[in-house]
Design a protein around this ligand. Sequence first.
Ligand SMILES: Cc1cc2nc3c(=O)[nH]c(=O)nc-3n(C[C@H](O)[C@H](O)[C@H](O)COP(=O)(O)OP(=O)(O)OC[C@H]3O[C@@H](n4cnc5c(N)ncnc54)[C@H](O)[C@@H]3O)c2cc1C
Length: 441
Amino acid sequence: MTHVLIVGSGPAGLTLAIELARRGVDLRIVERSPRPPGGVRGKGLQPRTLEVFDDLGVIDEILATGAVYPGLRSYIGDEVVWEGRMDELREPSPGVPYPNVIMQPQWRTERILRDRLAELGHRVEYGAEVTGVEQDAEGVTATLATGERVRSAYLVGADGGRSTVRKAAGIGFTGVTHESERMLLADVKARGVDREHWHLWGSLQSRSLHFSLCPLPGTDIFQLVAPYPGHDDLAALVAEHAPHVRIEEIVWRSEYRVNIRLAERFRAGRIFLAGDAAHVHTPAGGQGLNTGVQDAYNLGWKLAIGSEALLETYEDERKAVAEHVLGLSTRLYREGDHRRGDDTNQLDLAYLGSALSVGERGGERLGAYFAEQRGTGFLLLADRAPGFASTAEIVLPPLDGQRGVILVRPDGYIGYHGDESGLSAYLSGFGIAAPLSSAAR
Ligand SMILES: Cc1cc2nc3c(=O)[nH]c(=O)nc-3n(C[C@H](O)[C@H](O)[C@H](O)COP(=O)(O)OP(=O)(O)OC[C@H]3O[C@@H](n4cnc5c(N)ncnc54)[C@H](O)[C@@H]3O)c2cc1C
């Protein structure tokens, strides 16, 4: 029996697969589509996602092939009427090593994650659509369109907004679909605009955008965004508002319908939901792809350890974050606000109310010791190694002014903060076994 079957190979499914693979967990990842999808789609990688990508071992390639967002340039006809930026570029600091949003077409982010997964010995199984899911006390049985039945201890639906897994598990998806609010997205080759700016016709603020053209780093493609229904003929739309611009080729196009929905549960027994399968929202604030990556990063180490007490915290922690993100992206969308900053970079998201967060600083993102945080283990910030076998692989000096010991979870959040005497009970309470204790540094 496979330990974890991951359904869907978008950013959430791939992140989870890497998290499990590097911990040696037996997994399969199945994908309905016969080949990797195209399309720029989600293109903004938030600072917190970049920290995760650092830990997963893909940050060098993400940074080498991506770029910070270009400046915005707004036009009436051929005339530039406004210039500005969506975000203020910041310098890295020890607590925030990746302060700026990085632009990457989603197909490349996924390719980089797939390559990393291949290094770890796993491949996505394409053309493998899950059509049915059933569970019993011992495991989950997924039926594939090929007729194969796959038995696994756990199954994760990372199969996007229309999730088959969510429906099969009987989990409601509460919210609204704005049929009238749609956007056309197209990857195009265009002439007459430079690749140093994001070009806009119409006003973003008043949401009366005619269309925009955003250059994607390392490609000759622009992502064109326009309200829809509108012009079906993109070349005519562009010619009407921007006489000096020509669309030479449409490489990919799709419609984006504004959905704001949240799964009623993120877990039903042995079935978990992650990414768009659990929450969909407007593209404002660039949160969609990023929130799915964080779901997977939260779930991976918990599935690897596998205790019931730990698995129960997934829904509590991630549903609260998803509710917050839905509210944020809806507000930004309604206000036509395209700025990026502290409220969208996902660095301040914390698990303060979680059962896993104990003590004054429990639930906070650590924001220190970044090099030491790479890898799959826990960190202990203490004067000395504890007097019992600890799961913490590395013991590091306490933070300035720190009282008591701090145990940092594998996903970089503080789990336990308090007296050393309470640590052993905390670990055993969550079934975090004590495989080793290593020397203090
Ligand atoms: C046209 C478009 C434009 C977008 N623009 C933006 C943007 O500008 N900013 C932003 O942040 N986000 C954007 N998004 C959203 C972003 O792409 C998603 O939030 C992100 O892809 C979610 O990742 P995921 O891994 O949860 O799901 P997905 O990327 O949707 O991946 C799910 C995968 O599961 C597969 N699958 C589905 N059903 C099954 C099944 N039954 N069996 C097996 N496999 C299955 C699908 O083929 C797919 O590959 C856009 C999305 C679209 C479609």
